[in-house]
Design a protein around this ligand. Sequence first.
Ligand SMILES: NC(=O)c1ccc[n+]([C@@H]2O[C@H](COP(=O)([O-])OP(=O)(O)OC[C@H]3O[C@@H](n4cnc5c(N)ncnc54)[C@H](OP(=O)(O)O)[C@@H]3O)[C@@H](O)[C@H]2O)c1
Length: 253
Amino acid sequence: MRLFDLKGKVAIVTGSSKGIGRSIAENLAEAGAKVVISSRKAPACEEVAAGIRQRGGEAMVVPANISDKAQLENLVAATRKAWGRVDILVCNAASNPYFGPMVGLPDEVFGKIMQNNVLSNLWLCKLVQPEMAERKDGAIIIVSSIGGLKGSAELGAYCISKAADFQLARNLAVEWGPKNIRVNCIAPGLIKTDFARALYEDPARKAARESETPLRRLGEPDDIGGIAVLLASKAGSFITGQVIVADGGVTVR
Ligand SMILES: NC(=O)c1ccc[n+]([C@@H]2O[C@H](COP(=O)([O-])OP(=O)(O)OC[C@H]3O[C@@H](n4cnc5c(N)ncnc54)[C@H](OP(=O)(O)O)[C@@H]3O)[C@@H](O)[C@H]2O)c1
């Protein structure tokens, strides 16, 4: 357990009121970290935090919309005020307001996707970097997607943003590595959350996806949560700039 022990660490997880972010927050807490639960809706975050406390963990709630820089500044400031530090940052929240061909994509929607899914991650990374650099210790995890590894006819801008996250992690890994700040991406395949509901709700589409997946099933949020523990802990201490794919084998077929 020592390799995966996060006792004494403080973690911020964006988009942790449900889905993948919730599993990441719960698993980090299970490993001993104090976790900050954050999304736009405070009541949903409070429920997750209460569950963690009930199981003996430590959690607090700071609502923040990732599209608002001031709210992200407050997220980091409120965490430091309560717990004095940020050791682990998980940039998980993202948005995809457009489904369809690139030819129909309005410029402002493209800009919004890139801002929410890439620029807001950079904002958060820059906010936590100085204290991590000073301590020469920090773990940053960006939840990207296997969408960033392949071409797409329907999720074009989203996939561009997720590919950009891979490069963001690589750049920051190189730039901040000398300060022992590790920056990695997790790239999930199709995971059963509200976000991806349209991709698995239709039984025929779901069955087709399952049959093309070597593990013959879709992912669950808890298939991802433990990877964050690995990347944040001593067990992952020599991993940086990487993309950890968790997709049941879809991309290796
Ligand atoms: N599910 C999949 O198949 C899949 C596959 C690959 C990658 N991913 C990635 O995994 C991450 C999490 O997705 P998920 O599937 O877990 O989605 P989800 O279950 O819909 O959860 C999304 C979370 O993000 C929060 N959120 C949404 N917009 C936000 C905003 N503007 N500001 C702050 N928080 C916001 C939501 O809470 P509020 O509504 O309260 O803000 C919620 O906590 C995303 O980066 C997504 O791209 C998902």
